[in-house]
Each structure stands twice: as C-alpha cells, then as structure tokens.
Design a protein around this ligand. Structure first.
Ligand code: SAM
Length: 163
C-alpha cells in the first residue's frame, strides 16, 4: 500500500528531479523563469540557488514564505494567477524559458479542475524550446509532454515542452 507519506516523498523527490533536469535543459536560454505558487518557498529557494543566469519571477496571491525564500519585490507578481498570467503576456513578449507550477492543495479533484482552467493561460507564456514543470497534469494544446528524469515518480510531476 502506498501511504500518504510515500506520496509526499514521491512528490518532493519528483519536484527536485524535474526541476534540476529542466534547469539544465533550459540553461543558455535568455528568457526569465516563472515560479507559479510560492507557498513556503522551498522550490523557489532551490530554483534561485541553481539558476544564476536568469531572473526568477514569482506569481503568488499572498507571500507567506520562509524568510530565506522571499523574492525581491520587483520580481514578485502579486495576485490571482487567473488574472496575472493573462496580463503577463504583454509584459513578457518573449515568454519564459522555464515555468514551474505548484498551485494545488490537498484535493486532487479540485487541483485537476484548476489545472484545466489555468493551462490555456500558461501555454502562451512558454518560449520555444522552453519547459514547463507541474505537480499536476496540465491540458495543453501545443506543448508536448516529456519523459521524466530517472529519479522522478510517474504521475507525481509532469514536464512539457514547446517544440
Ligand atoms: N512549491 C511551494 C514550496 O515548495 O514551498 C509550495 C506551493 S503551495 C503548494 C501553493 C501556493 O500556490 C500557495 O502559496 C497558494 O497561495 C498559491 N496559489 C494557489 N492558487 C493560486 C492562485 N489562483 N493565484 C495565485 N497563487 C495561488
């Protein structure tokens, strides 16, 4: 039986593996990185520590992260992503090289409904050759699902690419 602890560990291990893989795959791209959902700031902290060549913008409705993981004000896009993502298409005409989304809570059904809603808002923001990493399955028209890196667990993280 897979326990809740197992699922949690699988999610964390998969997030790190998918982020490390995607950061490496997109290095050399010049467009910024987007973190959708700051939460405690653990994944933001990891991304900031490993991404030195690009700005990391955070989309979050209310910043309440660990003090070590608070993004600078000028790189924080406050508000509901259902409004801030559509507005970002004008501000970032070249898109993002990497988008990480961890916007869900504990209810998988609600997460799926939200992922369906937000997918068409995320899709136009990814640059050609860019990668999108998500804790939830996304519903894109033109982004192509990628194989996961070795340490990730199927179904706990997803990677999509704009070809
Ligand atoms: N990856 C983070 C970490 O490592 O600490 C955890 C992110 S937490 C699971 C989800 C975050 O997404 C919460 O901080 C929540 O406020 C944010 N969020 C959820 N729905 C949102 C929305 N519609 N607009 C903006 N932020 C949202």
């Amino acid at each position: 039986m897979i326990t809740r602890l197992d699922l949690f560990i699988h999610r964390m291990v998969s997030q790190r593996a998918c982020l490390d893989h995607s950061i490496a795959q997109t290095s050399g791209m010049t467009q910024p990185v987007f973190e959708l959902g700051l939460g405690n700031g653990r994944t933001y902290h990891h991304m900031k520590s490993h991404i030195v060549d690009r700005d990391v913008y955070v989309f979050e409705r209310a910043v309440g992260a660990h003090p070590d993981s608070i993004p600078p004000e000028e790189l924080t896009i406050l508000g509901d992503v259902r409004e801030t993502l559509p507005a970002a298409t004008d501000r970032f005409p070249d898109g993002a090289s990497l988008i990480h989304a961890d916007l869900g809570g504990h209810n998988r059904e609600k997460n799926d409904i939200f992922a369906r809603f937000v997918s068409p808002l995320v899709e136009p923001l990814l640059a050609v050759g860019g990668l999108m990493v998500s804790s939830d399955r996304m519903y894109f028209e033109n982004l192509v699902e990628q194989p996961l890196p070795q340490d990730a667990v199927e179904g706990r993280c997803f990677i999509y690419r704009r070809e």
